[in-house]
Design a protein. Sequence first.
Length: 266
Amino acid sequence: MQSVKKIIAVLNDFTMIDEVLGKTFSFTQKYHTIVEILYVHERPLFEIPDFFRSGEQELPLDKEKIKASILEKVNTFDFEKTPVVFVKIDDTADRVWALAREDKETFVITGYHKDITQKLVSKLAQPILVLKSNTQTYQKMALIVDAGSPSAQCIERAKSYFPQIDIELFYDYRYIVDPTMEADLQNVQIIEEAQKEAFEALKEESGLEGKFFIDGDFLGTQMSDYLQEKDFDILYVCSHPDDFFVSDDLSIALLEDVICDMLVAN
């Protein structure tokens, strides 16, 4: 499994700065990574607090004051090296991609903002931890896999990131519902049975319990409803290493629905 050498902590406002930096420095202590903090002010979504406004018309944001405020917060955590802080305006997903590019050893941690987070999940191939709660320690995880995801690798990564966590597997089997097609062409039974067998083998090999979901659409509605009823601390959507966008619809749908944190990674 790939190691983590750099963490990019993404901030769009200060509402979740404690949670984002807390998780960032927790991972840093374990992996001894470098840290980059990226603050992006999205003008259509956030107002600039008066004390962060620049006195100059062409500079609406006082970037140095924002950097100083972030570093002041950093100093409240146990972190030896001063991280690099970037302050930008607009285009969060593009800004993060410019820092991460194709580096598979980069890990991204961010608070949840619906439109911004959807763009991040769609654009980046790096692991993304999206924070929606103030959970300090994760104890129970739902790990979601399908036929194309590297399931064993994701299980290994989950255990590495969160060594003491209790993992439950979920298999996401989806087929297209098209009224113009015959029912037996929409969901081919032999494919469904083969995937069920593969999932049973994965459970036996990993020693984990799990549940097989059949959803006749691309939004995983049955799974989403089930997850809402259970007390998970974090969801892990195991994405596809070569075609990351394959998991986008499910990731985004679950991000909107669930209240716990979520990791999207292969």
